[in-house]
Design a protein around this ligand. Structure first.
Ligand SMILES: NC(=O)CC[C@H](N)C(=O)O
Length: 278
């Protein structure tokens, strides 16, 4: 298992640094204005990077006791280039996501502990089995940190079981099945049928010029979306035509299918761009 990263300060261009929290815009070293933004809540909690100077002082008045506040100081004029993107590694096809992210120049890490989650600029929740994944998240004390991180604005991308994990509401879930939530959708679990009903289809995805070969494996579909959710793709053929299978809502993305399978990293590319611009 990879541990939470603990590195010496790095001079690399584009590498993000953490500085004590400051309010409001302020002059940058080269005369430009650097907007210091408060670090997202979910990622401040349980933060355990290794260096004292990476750590912000304890939160000031008005902040919950013990919460550390962080700010991000982007290099002037450049988005951060190699974002650290975690893949929730409790169960499922973690390796395929790590490979896709690596091929895009992101810095992927496996996430099994709160400290690893806190080191992420974005998070992928893989395909697998959502009922198992959610139980393991509880057992590993990750469920609340995940909810706090996603609710606090951490960019997240769920595929198949990962879509279920991000959904606010489930139809046909296991009894009492919980989710991380955050994505304002109702997802229908196993909507296309059983494992033997798995299929592939060329799918047009909003934002991509050419269709993707979408692999559906005992997949959910999106039964309903709130107004703030953008539909990126719908099934084009067959009895399920019109069903919503890819969505975005702010910093959250989800697909019913598995873009991590088949060597086409364009949808991961959309997510990496989302992380870079967040
Ligand atoms: N391929 C998948 O991720 C299947 C999802 C699975 N049916 C679930 O409910 O979690």
């Amino acid at each position: 298992m990879r541990r939470a990263r603990s590195r010496a300060p790095q001079p690399q261009a584009g590498r993000r640094t953490h500085r004590p929290a400051l309010d409001g815009p302020r002059s940058g070293a080269s005369g430009g204005v650097v907007h210091l933004r408060r670090r997202r809540r979910g990622r401040a909690a349980g933060h355990e990077r290794g260096h004292e100077h990476d750590r912000a002082p304890r939160a000031g008045p008005g902040e919950p006791h013990g919460r550390r506040a962080y700010v991000r100081v982007p290099a002037l004029g450049s988005a951060f280039v190699n974002p650290t993107i975690g893949v929730l590694a409790l169960q499922g096809d973690v390796r395929e996501h790590l490979a896709a992210l690596r091929s895009l120049g992101a810095d992927p890490i496996s996430v099994r502990r709160p400290a690893e989650l806190a080191a992420c600029d974005g998070l992928v929740i893989p395909g697998g089995e959502s009922t198992t994944m959610i139980k393991l998240a509880r057992i590993f004390d990750l469920l609340e940190p995940l909810r706090e991180a996603v609710g606090g604005g951490l960019p997240a991308f769920g595929t198949c079981a990962g879509m279920i994990m991000l959904a606010d509401r489930i139809e046909d879930g296991a009894v009492g099945q919980e989710t991380i939530g955050g994505l304002h959708i109702t997802v229908r679990r196993n909507a296309f049928g059983r494992q033997v009903d798995s299929f592939e289809e060329d799918l047009h995805v909003d934002g991509l010029d050419e269709p993707v070969r979408a692999v559906f494996i005992r997949a959910p579909w999106v039964e309903a979306v709130d107004d703030d959710v953008e539909v990126l793709a719908q099934v084009e053929d067959g009895p399920a035509a019109g069903r919503i299978v890819a969505v975005r809502q702010g910093r959250l993305m989800a697909t019913s299918f598995h873009p991590e399978v088949g060597g086409d990293a364009r949808i991961h590319g959309m997510f990496v761009d989302l992380v870079r611009s967040s």
